[in-house]
Design a protein around this ligand. Sequence first.
Ligand code: FAD
Ligand code: SF4
Ligand code: SF4
Ligand code: SF4
Length: 449
Amino acid sequence: MLTESDSNVPNPPVSRGIPKTNQSNVLTRLGDMHAPNVGLPKIADVAEYNYCSSCGTCEAICPVNAPVVRREPVDISREKNNYRKMELKTEALFRGINPFRAEVSPCVQCYACERVCPILDGFPVDEFNNIRSMRAGKSRTLHGQDGAAVSQILKSLLEQGEIDCAIGVVRNDRWSTKLFTFTSPEDVVKAGGTKYTYQPVVATMRDIHRAYAGSAESPLISPDGSMQDAARTYVEPIKNILKRYKKVALVGVPCQVHGAHLFRENFNRIELIIGLICMESFSEEIMFSEVVPKIMGVDIRDAVKMNFHKGKFIVETTKETKEVPIKDVAPMARKGCHFCCDYTSYYADISVGSVGSDDGWSTIFVRTETGEKYLNKVNDIEYTDKPINLDMVKKLTDMKHKHNKWDWRGFMKEIWSRDSPPRPWGRERLEKIPPPEIEKETKPVKSKE
Ligand SMILES: Cc1cc2nc3c(=O)[nH]c(=O)nc-3n(C[C@H](O)[C@H](O)[C@H](O)COP(=O)(O)OP(=O)(O)OC[C@H]3O[C@@H](n4cnc5c(N)ncnc54)[C@H](O)[C@@H]3O)c2cc1C
Ligand code: SF4
Ligand code: SF4
Ligand code: SF4
């Protein structure tokens, strides 16, 4: 198991409360990390340097459940990490333990996880080059965070049998969240409303993925069966239930959507990916012990809605509305969020947010043919003729990219070219690293000749 305290890597320096990694230090240290040319998968480095977004995709794809996004609460007075990061179980952890009796098994170095980790895939540079159409819409019947477009899309597609289930995040009256797989159209609305805390949404695919392990439908299960572990007792009971989930709709924030997109390349049960626009999110620990009680002065049980709107973080209660400038809370976002350079869910089939449209409407970007096909089937959604304020969306996108700027290209180059020769999927990633933004933002760089 990798934790900061176990490793020799010092804590990243902190500025404005935001953990920033010293890049030159990272690049020199990578050489003697405990994941050299062969050995641990590169997700170990992603977690170690706190770039990990906890999307849960590695957890979903791993045949032995070695990476696990921590679910139990973190004691923030003791741990500098303010979120439940991914932990990788290695053989060292299992000395003297029979792995088949444990909840997880040690990593068997199949490297499936490296291929689906969004951080190891890099970030989009131009977030708007795949938009096919955009408009503001709202549900005619449902209520949600904005126009309830997300809930309406899911409800409509479930009603028509276009999808079998939808993965969403629900909350209780104390705003504790839980991942939920919806199969009934009426229930979808229970996930309506934005929770600014985090769940490893893509990890839900693990159960669905594992249900098919026995039938070897996943190309990531090796033909000799070595990656299957039939000894897992929980696979059997869920198998029959999950067999009907052939067409899954997944809703998530950009990091999760990117992971889901990479997962879908290997395992085609995800039919539709709906991405939310996202500036940042918070751990439940920070949200419930610092942000809501201390900064907002609100008892969480009174809160009925939270929102980021026009430079303010707003908490509505049954009696009042409290707001503070975003800059008062943003530094407390989860560590991975400070390295995140995707605002609009570039890898989604359909992206939805509030920015760019009037209050009560959802901004909808269609990005793929799949997205177009499914949105056209949705009933009970109305659209306005008022165009999306794309300049505003672009302004906030640039702001996120600027705030979270780090040398992710350098990280990718270093980490993928560390193997000699690079692994095939590493070579693919090295080849697609886009030129530095600076060349795009400023005048074209002249060649040396
Ligand atoms: C952490 C976070 C930050 C966001 N930041 C921005 C922003 O900066 N600018 C902007 O324009 N929009 C942002 N959004 C999106 C916005 O708040 C709405 O979710 C979006 O406009 C959809 O609204 P709706 O009324 O169509 O959705 P609804 O019909 O209300 O449905 C909401 C859907 O979101 C899902 N959901 C809720 N919370 C989470 C969560 N924590 N993780 C994963 N899924 C979740 C639910 O499962 C549900 O399917 C953010 C969303 C999140 C979760
Ligand atoms: S390399 Fe394979 S076994 Fe190891 S964590 Fe990744 S997916 Fe699991
Ligand atoms: S796949 Fe997601 S959870 Fe796993 S290491 Fe990468 S960012 Fe973290
Ligand atoms: S900012 Fe949003 S998309 Fe990026 S890592 Fe945080 S929660 Fe994920």
